[in-house]
Write a protein that binds this ligand. Structure first.
Ligand code: APR
Length: 237
């Protein structure tokens, strides 16, 4: 029996598309009707906090109407079968569908819709309702200081040290449903390759980073991912 591989998986908006969560880069270049720079930058928040809060309040509320799909569930199953030490899941998604599917060794590198952060005391807390101008920070009690715990353009992604450690130790790196347009995530495949990992891309179509991958599986994640997970589990019973 082959030794269990250390698998690092990067997911993007494509893994949640079949759950009904819209991807970022639709054909119109808009994210749910907004230019990214109007809602997803620190500058946008300074300029128009009400617009930005409303935008994320709507995204947060929309989570109540979506469920994990077969791809999220299969990835959680893979972790259960191989063990947390062998499966590291990095997601660029701010939805909670991997969490709800049961993945434990999971890093939300672009933040989470279900968390809020105080811009004054910098504490982070669970938040599943709207952030209002009158919402007090549960830690310092100030009002008007909470923002979505989301990594906006120009801000530093989270967990970078842990992610680099995982990538340098990977035997297999898998990217699922990401366009490869946003760094540093788009560069992870190169780090994993430098560490000697085999690389597989799952996407509906070829992406900007497709040439970096050794293997490609083209189609919907909800179909491809469970099939691949089954293969891996059977190879490492
Ligand atoms: N199955 C597999 N892949 C899919 C599916 C599906 N059902 N549906 C869409 N895709 C693919 C698309 O072909 C595209 O390559 O998912 C990718 C989605 O790309 P983006 O919308 O650019 O999302 P992502 O790569 O996650 O964006 C990265 O950009 O705006 C920022 O911070 C935001 O985390 C986000 C980051």
């Amino acid at each position: 029996m082959a030794a269990k591989p250390r698998i690092v998986i990067l997911t993007g908006a494509g893994v949640s598309a079949e759950s009904g969560v819209p991807t970022f880069r639709g054909s119109d270049g808009l994210w749910e009707g907004h230019r990214i720079e109007d809602v997803a930058t620190p500058r946008a928040f300074e300029r128009n906090p009400a617009l930005v809060q409303t935008f994320y309040n709507q995204r947060r509320a929309a989570l109540k109407n979506v469920q994990p799909n077969a791809a999220h569930l299969a990835l959680a199953e893979l972790e259960k079968a191989l063990g947390e030490r062998h499966v590291t899941l990095i997601t660029q998604n701010v939805d909670d569908l991997h969490d709800r599917a049961g993945s434990q060794n999971l890093m939300h590198m672009h933040g989470e819709l279900l968390k809020a952060r105080c811009v004054v005391c910098e504490n982070v807390c669970h938040w599943d309702e709207d952030i209002q101008p009158t919402s007090p920070c549960p830690f310092c009690q100030r009002t008007g200081t909470l923002r979505p715990h989301i990594v906006w353009f120009g801000e530093m992604p989270l967990y970078m040290e842990e992610i680099e450690t995982a990538l340098y130790g990977a035997d297999l790196f898998v990217a699922i449903g990401t366009s490869g347009k946003v760094y540093p995530a788009a560069g992870f495949v190169r780090l994993a390759k430098a560490a000697g990992a085999h690389t597989i891309e799952f996407n509906l179509e070829r992406s900007d980073i497709s040439p970096e991958f050794k293997e490609h599986r083209i189609g919907p994640a909800g179909h491809l991912v469970p099939t691949w997970v089954e293969e891996v589990i059977q190879a490492h019973p």
